[in-house]
Each structure stands twice: as structure tokens, then as C-alpha cells.
Design a protein around this ligand. Sequence first.
Ligand code: UDP
Length: 260
Amino acid sequence: MSGPSDDTSASSLEYKRVLLKLSGEALLGASREFGIDETVLQNYVEEVRTAVECGAEVAIVIGGGNIFRGVEHAMEGMTRAHADYMGMLATMINGMALQDALEQVDLVTRLQSSIKMEEIAEPFIRRRAIRHLEKGRVVIFGAGTGNPYFTTDTAAALRGLEIGADVILKGTRVDGIFTADPEEDDSAERFERIHGDEVLRRDLRVMDMTALTLCQESEMPIIVFNMAASGNLRRLLEGETVGTHVHWDEAESPVERVPA
Ligand code: UDP
């Protein structure tokens, strides 16, 4: 079974314990309208495998937007809280798919759910999750925060803080945070580092407001990066500049762009 490598590689890591937020919506891949694209899933697995092999402790929060997004159905007339519980169940489907795919490459995993479903997942127990991580197991947190009216970004911020993660890593389909949506605007520029207050001031929609506020209060750094680019996760853990780093350091200039 794969596990963390020797102490030498682990101690050279910039970030040892990370909370990786994976998008449910990205699991659609290029052409699906619902469900799980096998290529995207395998890409997630490869990235996580290399991260574990270089000694990182990896906890994952996975979204559910590829299957069910509560707020959209609420707009169509469904009771919001009810729809959100369905959304949380969708994250469990993704969590189970990811767990199986990770175990197929010999990683040891535990799936913890914020809503009790003991036949398929452990209940979320903070200290237990930490113990799993210390033993080199990949911990997947499913069912969001367990509460309606929240998102999996908020679940990522919350669980990241609870397990004492060094950083929240938000894996996306784009290379980081841009001045405008890079999928729609060619002139959009990427920020290399940006102060969290500036993200909030510019309403850059890195994560929703609840998630960002949680990170702000505890000065939890966030890195937004392209999860589809092979090796990005490992490079980032080793301290290379990948994606956009959201920091809370008052001494630093609020914005730094990638030079043209
Ligand atoms: N959800 C919720 N509470 C949470 C997390 C998620 O109610 O703490 C629901 C909500 O309906 C959300 C859905 O689960 O739309 C799927 O999560 P999300 O939209 O964050 O997934 P992603 O954007 O990553 O695909």
C-alpha cells in the first residue's frame, strides 16, 4: 500500500497537511451533462497519489454540483433546505466514487460523512480524522457541513480549520484567480499573490463569502490552482509558485500579478 514516503521528503514540503477542495462540477469533464467523467476522476486520483507519495497528509472535500445543486432546484420551486440535503447526498456519491478510485491505486482512505450513514461512511469525528491523516490515510469529507444553506467551499474552510491544515487548496479548471473570467475574457490577468481583503473588496468569487470569512478570521491561506494540469499539486506542495496564493499578511502589498 502506498503511504507517506520517508521523513526527508515530507520535511522538505512547504505544506504538510492540506485540505484539498475538489469541484463536483468539474467531474462533468468536457461533455457530460451529469454524472462522473472517468478521465477527470483519474486525474484527481493521480494528483492525490503523488501528493501522498511525497509525504503530504491529504484531506479532501468534494462538491456535488455534477449531480445536484440545491440552490438551482430551489429556484425551480423546491424547498431550499430539502434541496440542499439532496445536494449533500450528491457529495457522498462523489466521495464514494473518489474513495474507490483512490483505493484502486492502493491508497488507504477513509470517508467521513457529516450526515450519519454508517453502512458506507464513518461519521465525521475531528480527532479521528486527524489520526487517520497522521497514519498517512487520505480522508474524504462528504456531505458538506451537514447543514443546508452552505456550500462545499464552506465545508472545506471549516474542515481545514478543524484539522489544522496548513493551507486550503482549491482545485479548479483554471490557473488561479484572474481579473476577469479567463474562460470568457482573453485579456484577463492572473494574480500570483493577492491579499484576502482584496479578494473580498473586488468580489473575486474565489469561494463564497462564508468560506472566505472563516479563512479571514483564522488567517488561513488559500491557493487556487488548476487541478487538471498534471503535477501541479505536487509542485505546489514543494513550494513552487502555482496558481494564485491568497494570503492575509498585512505587511505585503495587496496584489501581485504575474509579469506579462
Ligand atoms: N450543500 C449544503 N450544505 C453544505 C454543502 C453542500 O447544503 O454544507 C449542498 C448545496 O445544495 C450545494 C450542493 O450540496 O449546492 C453541492 O455542493 P456544491 O454546490 O458546493 O458543489 P460544487 O460546486 O463543488 O460542485
